[in-house]
Design a protein around this ligand. Structure first.
Ligand SMILES: Cc1ncc(C[n+]2csc(CCOP(=O)(O)OP(=O)(O)O)c2C)c(N)n1
Ligand SMILES: [Mg+2]
Length: 651
């Protein structure tokens, strides 16, 4: 695929090596992340400059020759698979096959939305194209079907996938496991499909890219017939070329076939870097320069929009973005946290124009629809809409939301917590890339009731908590929800999973109990024995917090010194200093009861060896909420009983 990458980068791609984060650059996504060296070679030969986290161009090479020599070694800018943030010029982290093509759809949605929102007559600020290079693996992965189907439906005509049709995967020829007619399949998805019969035919490649550029109503798939390890006399067209080094002799023979000096290693012949500078470099710098001029004039004519764009690039928010976030009055009946979240989201979104998102066909349930005047629906005919409809395509939604965040939008995706399992990979990649993706998961426990065990999440919460860096939050009433949004909107480098209930819970009286702002510490003392110094501590999250409050009131009335700790986010709690954590959960108080309608996995860390956990050890059941709570022991009475048992046994 080197020749294909060459044709694209040298002749087509609008990319300025001097500034790899110029907002209107074309995006190049290497969905075949195992071919990372192709990307590193391009970044190196094109002389792409590195960028620091403050968005200043630093000026060192993004990938130096030393990095390439140290391919896949510790601290090299050329790691095994391309990693966003680690290597400048890498648009997204790829390697798990299918993710890159999924991302490319989100990048293209972002491009369309940015154009609709920011472009004005005479000011075409955004018109970038998105190219994704994919392989047999991407084509086999289900996510490519979801993503292609969505892209075709949305008629994303500035999206181009280039399929490395080499008929080889790891186990051998694709005939082992794959016989799709890929062209037919993409025609069915509503794509423009074209074919290049020889990957080394630069003229035909060029025509294919022109066909893509000329196509105005659909995405384009370019099927390129290619040969893995082209030119290697014994390994070309074999799966061995994928999985093993060619070996010294075969490398020599390959160099001979290319007419290359056989003994030279890491050789860049004179003139090659200049050649890249003259084509890609010159074109990119010129287009970028013209764009900067245009942008200056835009700033004079449309200062407010330019201000928005600047803030967006820095992941800052408009002044006063949070001014309409409601404070929820105490209410015994209360509301579901999904309900509160919908209200807060709709109080924020009108003030943050680039906050967009949607659900995988569940917005009536997740309460994530933006309902204010003019919010609109993003579609093939309206690119300015802020409600996205991902359809029932959770995996593609996850990849697309990551890509929207990579495009500097503030983006959210929503579904039931149980279906987080359908897109674990995008969730962990978002966290790994340190991008502020917002995931909204409702129907967060057996409390959803009659839908039964297929829909009742058990281990999902523990699984989300286990993702390094991901901030998982399960707020305990409407005001914790408001605080969660206040907190998460300002994050610039953390992905968040907001876990919300289907069923109502009381809105706590915050004059009686501690302020919801405690959520920022991850866990906080919500209710306490007079003067502190409790003999038993009740720990819980979400809908179980009010159960603990009830139990606390009963225990207090009986003269037991109890404390309730609300723990909306373990991950945030772990970021607090030891003193704070010990203050909230005093190490010497070993009588602790944890309560959560989820897998008990991980709770022993807080409940301790002598505490009690009221949680789930099995799947749930299909029944009304009240019956389930009784069956599984989620009642204030059961909590009181557990606390008493602990105190009586002297722990
Ligand atoms: C989701 C996922 N499953 C499995 C792998 C392991 N894997 C890496 S490359 C590869 C084969 C890919 O074949 P293809 O896309 O045709 O690439 P080629 O061998 O032609 O370069 C596999 C199975 C992976 N990276 N991601
Ligand atoms: Mg292949």
């Amino acid at each position: 695929m080197a020749s294909v990458a060459y044709a694209l980068w040298q002749r087509v791609l609008r990319f300025d090596p001097g500034d790899p984060i110029w907002p209107n650059r074309d995006r190049f996504v290497l969905s075949i992340g195992h071919a990372s060296m192709l990307l590193y070679a391009l970044l190196h030969l094109a002389g792409v400059k590195s960028v620091d986290p403050d968005y200043e161009v630093v000026g060192e090479l993004a990938v130096g020759m030393e990095d390439i020599r140290r391919f896949r070694q510790l601290d090299s800018k050329a790691p095994g698979h391309p990693e966003y943030r680690w290597t400048s010029g890498v648009e997204t982290t790829t390697g798990p096959l299918g993710q890159g093509v999924g991302n490319s759809v989100g990048m293209s949605i972002a491009g369309e939305w940015l154009a609709a929102h920011f472009n004005r007559s005479d000011f075409e600020l955004f018109d970038y194209d998105v190219y994704a290079m994919c392989g047999d693996g991407d084509m086999m992965e289900g996510i490519s079907a979801e993503a292609a189907s969505l892209a075709g439906h949305l008629q994303l005509n500035r999206l181009c996938w280039i399929y490395d049709n080499n008929h080889i995967t790891i186990e051998g020829n694709t005939s082992l496991a794959f016989s799709d007619d890929v062209a037919e399949r993409f025609l069915g998805h509503g794509w423009n499909v074209t074919r290049v019969g020889d990957a080394n035919d630069l003229a035909t490649l060029r025509r294919a890219f022109e066909t893509f550029k000329a196509c105005e109503d659909r995405p384009t798939l370019i099927i390129v017939d290619s040969h893995i390890a082209w030119g290697a006399p014994d390994k070309q067209d074999t799966s061995a070329a994928h999985g093993e080094p060619l070996g010294e002799e075969e490398v020599r023979a390959t160099k001979r076939a290319y007419g290359w000096p056989e003994d030279a290693q890491f050789l860049v012949p004179d003139g090659v870097r200049e050649h890249f500078r003259e084509r890609l470099g010159e074109r990119g710098a010129r287009l970028h320069g013209e764009w900067e001029e245009l942008y200056k004039a835009y700033g004079r004519e449309h200062p407010d929009l330019a201000d928005n764009l600047e803030r967006m690039q820095r992941r800052e928010l408009p002044d006063g973005w949070d001014r309409d976030i409601p404070e929820f009055p105490p209410d015994e009946k209360g509301m579901a946290s999904r309900e509160a979240s919908g209200k807060v989201l709709n109080a924020i979104a009108p003030h943050v124009p680039w906050l967009i998102g949607g659900a995988a066909d569940l917005d009536p349930s997740t309460k994530t629809r933006l309902t204010f005047d003019g919010a609109g629906d993003f579609s093939a005919t309206d690119r300015s809409g802020r409600n996205l409809h991902f359809g029932i395509r959770e995996h593609a939604m996850g990849a697309a939301v990551n890509a929207l965040a990579l495009s500097k939008l503030r983006a959210f995706g929503a579904t039931f917590l149980i279906f987080s399992d359908y897109f674990r990979t995008p969730i962990r990649l978002g966290a790994m890339m340190e991008i502020p993706t917002i995931l909204i998961f409702t129907h967060d426990s057996i409390g959803l009731g009659e839908d039964g065990p297929t829909h009742q999440p058990i281990e999902q919460l523990a699984a989300l908590r286990a993702v390094p860096g991901l901030i998982t939050m399960r707020p305990g009433d409407a005001n914790e929800v408001a605080e969660a949004w206040r907190f998460l909107m300002e994050l610039r480098h953390d992905s968040v999973a907001l876990v919300l209930s289907r069923q109502p819970m009381p809105t706590l009286d915050r004059t009686k109990y501690a302020a919801a702002a405690g959520l920022r510490q991850g866990a906080y003392v919500l209710a306490d024995a007079p003067g502190g110094d409790p003999e038993v501590v009740l720990l819980s999250t979400g809908t179980e917090v009010p159960l603990c409050i009830d139990a606390f009131e009963q225990l207090t009335a009986d003269g037991v010194r109890a404390r309730v700790v609300s723990m909306p986010s373990w991950n945030l709690f772990e970021r607090q200093p030891r003193e704070y954590r010990d203050e909230v959960i005093p190490p010497h108080v070993t009588a602790r009861v944890g309560v959560e309608q989820a897998s008990i996995f991980g709770w022993d860390r807080y409940v301790g060896g002598q505490g009690r956990m009221i949680g789930m050890n099995t799947f749930g059941a299909s029944a009304p909420l009240k019956d389930l709570q009784r069956k599984f022991g989620f009642t204030p009475e059961r909590i009181v009983e557990a606390a008493r048992e602990l105190l009586d046994s002297g722990s």
